[in-house]
Design a protein around this ligand. Structure first.
Ligand code: SAM
Ligand code: SF4
Length: 337
């Protein structure tokens, strides 16, 4: 279905839990997010129903996210259920990778196509600090398992923070030279941590310039070439170092909005439908679903959310102001980042 600005909405991100087994400094408070009872999160059959009805409106791609989706009990069953819905052509998952080594093969067998894995440092000690306790080796074993199982192309999401991990950019980019890995540098957003992040934010334009000049990681003298149109209408701009196997993407939600090509809706673990990551517009679906909403009503509900999708969110200072002023700008793990 087209929204009122002519964008084709075909992608649903489903947050399956807001819990996580890590506590990344930019995403979660040290104590984690407040616990919710089972009754407060969408059940699998409710998620299945929303996805099935959404396919009538042209949704053909689903990504499971969170929190950490692999800590939701029965997640492999949910993958199987969604993969079996006629009209879903692409089913992906965003994970911190900690449980992938043991789960990759079951996920693949259940119908998962591919994974994005978040990884903010290649240094074990630093990784542990950023994630407040994570084990880098465990994540690498997860990446290897995903590769073995063909959960590809594998994209690594790297949130760059000034003075924290920006010195590792070239090393990350260097991984793409000899491996079929796709590195996506993500601009830090201030969701939930407004005081901390301003100092740490590095605009993608600066990252790109620094990479082009980097002598490390086997990058010296290699031109960075634009890769047009990768990943449909996704938010990243992609490049490739000459002769490299993988690509480099820049996701710049803060310095450069990509709203004109936004093709997605979000369903939160608590059953709220959001048509924009960075705006207040969200509507409760959990209540109506449990009060006996019919499929026709559900379809109309989804169609309304698509029709009301905002044209764009501000960027730079305007976005910063919005995030500060809006109490509904919650942690990413609660929205399904
Ligand atoms: N737990 C999974 C993971 O880490 O990949 C999935 C959920 S996580 C919320 C999804 C993505 O959001 C991760 O790549 C994470 O780095 C990113 N993220 C979380 N908080 C962010 C922030 N404040 N700014 C930019 N990216 C953020
Ligand atoms: Fe957990 Fe992902 Fe948030 Fe890190 S970014 S705390 S892994 S939900």
């Amino acid at each position: 279905m087209l929204d009122s600005y002519g964008r084709k909405i075909s992608y649903l991100r489903v947050g399956v839990t807001d819990f996580c087994n890590l506590r990344c400094v930019y995403c979660m408070p040290p104590e984690g997010v407040p616990p919710r009872s089972h009754g407060e999160i969408l059940r699998f059959e409710e998620i299945e129903r929303v996805v099935r009805v959404a396919t009538r409106l042209g949704i053909d791609k689903v990504r499971l996210t969170g929190g950490e989706p692999l800590v939701r009990r029965g997640i492999v069953d949910l993958v199987r259920i969604i993969a079996g819905i006629p009209g879903i052509d692409d089913l992906a998952l965003t994970t911190n990778g900690t449980k992938l080594a043991e789960m990759a093969s079951g996920l693949k067998a259940a119908g998962l196509r591919r994974v994005n894995i978040s990884l903010d440092s290649l240094k074990p000690e630093r990784f542990k600090e950023i994630t407040r306790g994570g084990d880098l080796g465990q994540v690498w074993r997860g990446i290897e398992a995903a590769r073995r199982e063909g959960l590809t192309p594998i994209k690594l999401n790297v949130v760059i923070m000034r003075g924290v991990n920006d010195d590792e950019m070239a090393e990350f980019a260097g991984l793409t030279i000899s491996q079929d890995l796709h590195i996506r540098f993500i601009e830090l957003m201030s969701l939930g941590r407004e005081s901390w992040h301003g100092l740490r934010h590095v605009p993608s334009s600066e990252l790109k310039m620094r990479l082009e000049d980097a002598p490390e990681g086997g990058l010296a003298g290699r031109p960075l070439e634009a890769v047009p149109g990768q990943d449909g209408d996704g938010p990243a701009r992609y490049y490739r170092f000459a002769g490299a196997q993988g690509t480099i993407g820049f996701i710049s939600a803060v310095s450069d909005h990509f709203c004109h090509s936004c093709n997605r809706l979000r369903l939160t673990p608590g059953g709220k439908l959001r048509s924009c990551l960075l705006s207040n517009g969200e509507s409760d679906l959990l209540g109506p679903l449990r009060r006996g909403m019919t499929d026709a009503e559900l379809e109309a509900f989804l169609a309304r959310a698509i029709a009301e999708k905002p044209a764009k969110q501000g960027t730079g200072a305007a976005l910063e102001d919005w995030l500060r002023e809006n109490p509904s700008a919650r942690f990413m793990s609660q929205i399904g980042g």
